[in-house]
Design a protein around this ligand. Structure first.
Ligand code: AMP
Ligand code: GLY
Length: 427
């Protein structure tokens, strides 16, 4: 099978790494790829958002299956474009991608179909939004409707923060049309879990629950980032909670979309808050989480290709999925200054030592090959990932590996998994 992966991050490196182990793969491409992916997949110099060029490439190269990493391509309708040409692609349609691309759409859907989520109101006019915030008080959450690269949500602890967020989104329009409409939502309290399933619109196959760490600094402090680390399975998500979420969130969401005439195929990701009042949906994503995928895919014992293939063909009810025992941890190494301004082009040293490891991997994100050297080429640079019989061992392997890697200005969190380590790890 000739397979194309779309994207250039750590998630896509983990996907390409897992796919490359499948005996079903005869040729693997990645568009556009990065310094690590390009070692295992042939790079294609097309941006992940250039739907027309990607469609043409897939057609001309007889690609049998395409797997989409980032949401931007999905929201642009890459799946519809491929399917129109009879090309097989893993991911939801443009209409189904609205679950992630429009918070107004997803919140209204949850309300209509009684899927547990925080109370909210929608505004397209700043004055009304301000009055609402003044009336409800803080803490309160202000969210841009559209895609903002993970930066469109502000959890406000003071009134001036909340009013400032409304100004930034609706008056200064820092995210352009994405912030023209906003959702104002009650603040939920609890532990967060990233819960993903692969679904063909009827059957939903759960992946291991994961937890990511979005904040830059230890103790979940500092600014939000694209994710500084993750681990799986997340013990907070007990088997009972998993069953509850499947029954109260996942299946109702798939049915709700069907009720609106929308079939969902691909990864359905529910970002959950485990509140005292049960699990509630914070957000949906319509693709693999990053960095969650980097911590989940090494735990997958089964071949990924038949699973994705069964999803595309609508026969997931017969799919069999096996997981390795133990845990997997991922720690992100980022450029100095990230998520603000940072420099690129810094040489990365020490990666060779991981080449032959069986349980530690460096999944690349913002890297580029420059002759024999690998240099930094983005904010999040590397995902150091390890498996182990338990989370503690996996984390020790990750941090031992990090001790041998160097690039100027590098920063990473030293406390990934801290919540889970306080609890007995589920077996
Ligand atoms: P979102 O943009 O909806 O994915 O939210 C990004 C992050 O903001 C989440 O991962 C949570 O940490 C936080 N967040 C979002 N909504 C809420 C909420 N209603 N209450 C508390 N925290 C929230
Ligand atoms: N880690 C969160 C996301 O992928 O959106």
């Amino acid at each position: 099978m000739r397979v194309l992966v779309i994207g250039s991050g750590g998630r896509e490196h983990a996907l390409a790494w897992k796919l490359s182990q499948s005996p079903e793969i005869t040729k693997l491409f990645c568009a556009p790829g990065n310094g690590g992916i390009n070692e295992i997949a042939e790079p294609v110099d097309i941006s992940a958002e250039d739907v027309d060029a990607l469609t043409e490439f897939a057609e001309s190269k007889d690609i049998d299956l395409t797997i989409v990493g980032p949401e931007s391509a999905l929201a642009k309708g890459i799946v519809d474009a491929f399917e129109k040409r009879g090309l097989r692609i893993f991911g939801p349609s443009k209409a189904a991608s609205r679950l992630e691309a429009s918070k107004v759409f997803s919140k209204n859907l949850m309300k209509k179909y009684h899927i547990p989520t925080g109370q909210f109101a929608v505004f397209d006019e700043p004055q009304a939004a301000r009055s609402y915030v003044r009336q409800l008080g803080v803490p309160i959450v202000v969210k841009a409707d559209g895609l903002c690269g993970g930066k469109g949500t502000i959890v406000a602890h003071t009134l001036s923060e909340a009013l400032g967020a409304i100004d930034l989104l609706m008056e200064d329009k820092i995210f352009k049309q994405a912030g023209e409409r906003i959702v104002i939502e009650e603040r939920l309290v609890g532990e967060e879990v990233s819960f993903m399933v692969i679904t063909d619109g009827v059957t939903a196959v759960p992946l291991l629950p994961a937890q990511d760490h979005k904040r830059l600094h230890n103790g979940d402090k500092g600014p939000n980032t694209g994710g500084m680390g993750a681990y799986a399975p997340a013990p907070a998500m007990t088997p009972e909670l998993t069953a509850q979420v499947m029954e109260q969130v996942i299946h109702p969401t798939i049915r709700a979309l069907a009720g609106e005439g929308i079939a969902f195929k691909g990864v359905l990701y529910a970002g959950l808050m485990l509140t005292g009042d049960g699990p509630k949906v914070l957000e949906y994503n319509v693709r693999f989480g990053d960095p969650e995928a980097q911590a989940i895919l090494p735990m997958l014992k089964s071949d990924l290709v038949p699973l994705l293939d069964d999803c595309v063909e609508g026969r997931l009810s017969t799919a069999k999925v096996e997981w390795h025992k133990g845990s997997c941890a991922c720690v992100v190494m980022a450029s100095g200054g990230y998520p603000g301004d940072f420099q690129i082009g810094k040489e990365i040293q020490g990666l060779e030592s991981l080449k032959n490891s069986k349980d530690v991997w460096a999944f690349h994100a913002g890297t580029k090959r420059d002759g024999d050297r690998v240099v930094t080429w983005g904010g999040r640079v590397l995902n150091i990932v390890a498996t182990g019989p338990d989370l503690e061992t996996a984390l020790k392997r990750v941090y031992d590996a990090i001790a041998g890697i160097r690039f100027e200005g590098m920063q990473f969190r030293t406390d990934i998994g801290f919540r889970a380590l306080k609890k007995p790890v589920a077996t």
